[in-house]
Design a protein around this ligand. Structure first.
Ligand code: ADP
Ligand code: MG
Length: 708
């Protein structure tokens, strides 16, 4: 029986949010914390003590027994170290529950168990977590009890970032500073802060848990390593989408409730792309909070699935031949007084500012396309980007007809005098056409699309953190703003100068604009003519992090040091190698222990039938058995050959030293050998008696959840 509740009552009930702080903290402490949050000041220990005490009291009321510094190391998932509030027993045998300011603002997990990409070789192994007071603490309730989770950044002893959060916060500071400069040029002296807003739409698959447990590939790799397409594919999914079945509906209800309690404004919806695939979109929040929320969304989707006898697959490509999953990173810049810099606005004055912002973004994306591509690189995403699936690996920007036309006019005549709506506006330097907000999202193939008042970066993988993508976006746009301001602040005639600059940027970077079909072969050729990079894999994308331009960019804005970038590149190579190694070993195991023995059994059945039938009746037609036996045996020997090859290259790969060369070997040799093994196995799956096939098929996995 479903429980009924008022969303407004439960929303954020497990979050130590502003409303809670306002009621529970002494006025002076509350004011001080706000100052720290808004101006990035240091929090003194005395204030921290008061906050910690109140936070603990509040958490204990929610049943919390432990607290944890919750952080995002470079493993892709979140990490935490739990500590109890309980202090040493007092003389009367009772215990005290305590939590100090020091414990709130600083923690010391063992850094050596998290990836550091060589930073540890030069720096101390010690790592610290530091409270990110701009992201609210929350109580998480699950089977382990209730825990007070404190979002933190994770740094080495010497301040090198070892996580996703630290550079993200730094990049937010960078864009804030540069965006404010830009606003001041346009006469805005009232906004005090500009923050990137992010809404990350999450795609995922749901399958039956019992079936999941019967597939070692899903257990080890999170994706199927073998599997033939079901006779009923994506093109035939009509019956499935009629209604959301009860079990899925109950799951979504539960997910929403859990997330609402954590202050994540989720609205789960049905996705119409692949069978068993769904999507969850939250309402956007300030960048670092949105990144935290997306981690909570992923955790919650997985956790709640178990309760409903389901399993949630966050992998980018759980099933070959079926649409994969991604994450749309909706991004805009909003001031503390509610002005969205990506809103085209209604007056020419606003339009000029908007056009400058827009052309700065075009410049940023064009100049750092490879870096932006790298920010979305992750092992699973290699099956999407550049593999004939949304979106392509080539970065381009979709503006929509009207904006593209404005850019076209600017480039060809230097003046944009009309908009496509047909209205004619005054000509003149200061005047640019009014924009019709084109919120319709007509181009699903674009990796970077303008959607009315925000950009939607669609390359990020479904299981990846959105932190990296936003670090890059924030920083490259900060740089473009900075360079524009450097010119404009010195200009004698601002109106003329801004006009010239917009024209210059539009002309120089027009090549990044593409409104056509991003999947087409023509686009690949056209993009090559335009000189746009087409980086097909993660391993090829990683070098962009450590290119001279990237190092200069990140050091200039204090987001990453060269050493941090090098360490990140190392970690990415290692992650790639480790992941492919696991997949290859899982394949070897499954092929050797499950598939070959099953196929042998099947050939024995065929052989027995053949001899039994022809023995019983010499005239009987045994051509079917014969053909099947010949075909199956031939494929079986292909499997054996491919398996031996995969074993060989996997062993070689594992012996190589970590780094780029090893990662390249995994990509060029191991993944190729994996494909070669998969092919005959998938062909066999179509021949072998279903009863004898050792694992549930794609059809069982994809269509049966819907039938429940
Ligand atoms: P679309 O139709 O373009 O997909 P939606 O309204 O469905 O837009 O929103 C998609 C996602 O974009 C949601 O997560 C939403 O919160 C987020 N979003 C909306 N406006 C903004 C904005 N200004 N900045 C960042 N994200 C936004
Ligand atoms: Mg969208």
């Amino acid at each position: 029986m479903a429980d009924y509740y008022n969303v407004a009552d439960i929303f954020g009930e497990n979050v130590f949010n502003d409303a809670v702080m306002q009621t529970r903290l002494p006025k002076k402490v509350y004011a001080k914390l706000h100052q720290v949050m808004e101006e990035g000041k240091e929090l003194d220990l005395e204030t921290a003590d008061v906050i910690a005490h109140e936070m603990k009291e509040w958490a204990i009321e929610k049943g919390a027994t432990h607290y944890s510094h919750w952080f995002q190391p470079l493993t892709g998932v979140t990490a935490e170290k739990h500590d109890s509030f309980i202090t040493a027993p007092m003389e009367n045998g009772k215990v005290l529950m305590s939590f100090s300011g020091k414990e709130l603002i600083k923690g010391e997990p063992d850094a050596s168990s998290f990836p550091s990409g060589g930073l540890r070789a030069t720096f101390e192994a010690r790592g610290y977590t530091a409270w990110d007071c701009t992201s609210p603490a929350f109580v998480r309730q699950d089977a382990a009890g209730a825990t007070l989770c404190i979002p933190t950044a994770f740094c080495s002893y010497t301040g090198e970032s070892l996580d996703q959060k630290t550079p993200l916060l730094r990049s937010m500071e960078a864009i804030n500073a540069q965006a404010l400069r830009l606003l001041r040029l346009f006469g805005n002296n009232t906004s005090r802060k500009v923050t990137p807003s992010v809404g990350a739409e999450q795609e995922y698959f749901l399958i039956d848990r019992e079936k999941y447990l019967q597939r070692k590939d899903l257990i080890f790799a999170g994706r199927t390593l073998f599997g033939a397409m079901p006779p009923k594919g994506q093109e035939m999914d009509d019956h499935y989408f009629g209604t959301i079945r009860e079990r899925i509906a109950a799951y979504m209800r539960d997910v929403n409730k859990e997330l609402w309690k954590l202050g994540v404004s989720a609205k789960t919806q049905h996705n119409e792309v692949a069978p068993a695939q769904h999507e969850l979109a939250p309402i956007y929040a300030q960048c670092n909070v949105a990144v935290d929320h997306n981690q909570l969304v992923m955790e919650t989707l997985k956790k709640v699935a178990g309760r409903h006898g389901l399993h949630c697959l966050l992998h980018e490509k759980p099933f070959a031949g079926v649409n994969g999953s991604g994450k749309h990173d909706n991004w805009s810049l909003i001031t503390d007084d509610g002005i969205n810099l990506l809103d085209p606005g209604d007056t020419p004055h606003e339009n000029i500012q908007f056009l400058l912002v827009l052309t700065c973004i075009l410049k940023a994306v064009d100049e750092h396309a490879a870096l932006l591509r790298a920010s979305a690189a992750d092992v699973g995403n290699d099956h999407r980007l550049g593999a004939n699936e949304a979106p392509p690996a080539i970065l381009s920007v979709f503006l929509g007809e009207q904006l593209e036309d404005v850019i076209e006019q600017l480039v060809s005549t230097g003046l944009a005098t009309h908009s496509l709506t047909g209205e004619r506006l005054d000509t003149g330097v200061k005047t640019l056409p009014d924009f019709m907000k084109d919120a319709t999202d007509r181009n699903r193939t674009s990796p970077f699309a303008f959607t009315g008042n925000k950009f939607e970066f669609r390359m990020v993988g479904s299981q990846d953190s959105v932190a990296q993508a936003n670090v890059v976006l924030n920083t490259i746009v900060a740089e473009a703003f900075c360079e524009a301001c450097d010119v404009l602040e010195k200009a004698d005639n601002f109106d003329l100068a801004v006009h010239d600059l917009i024209k210059e940027y539009a002309t120089k970077h027009q090549r990044i604009i593409f409104n056509g079909n991003g999947y087409s072969e023509e686009w690949v050729e056209e993009a090559a003519r335009r000189g746009l990079p087409n980086i097909k894999s993660m391993v090829e994308a990683i070098p962009a992090y450590v290119s001279p331009e990237s190092v200069q960019l990140f050091e200039r804005f204090g987001v990453f040091t060269k050493a941090e970038l090098e360490s990140r590149a190392e970690i990415e190579y290692e992650t790639y190698a480790k992941t492919i190694n696991i997949e290859a070993r899982a394949m070897i195991d499954i092929a050797g222990k499950q598939i070959i023995p099953s196929v042998i059994k099947y050939t024995t059945v065929l052989a027995n039938s053949l001899s039994a039938v022809s023995g019983a009746c010499a005239d009987a037609d045994v051509s079917v058995q014969t053909e099947l036996l010949v075909e199956t045996s031939a494929l079986l020997s292909d499997v054996k050959v491919a398996l031996a090859k995969l074993q060989d290259v996997t062993e070689r790969a594992a012996e190589m030293a970590h780094g780029q060369e090893q990662a390249l070997y995994y990509r060029n040799e191991v993944t190729v050998a994996m494909e070669a093994l998969r092919k005959p196995v998938d062909q066999l799956e179509m021949l072998v008696d279903k009863e004898m096939w050792p694992m549930p098929s794609y059809g069982d996995l994809l269509f049966e959840v819907s039938a429940i």
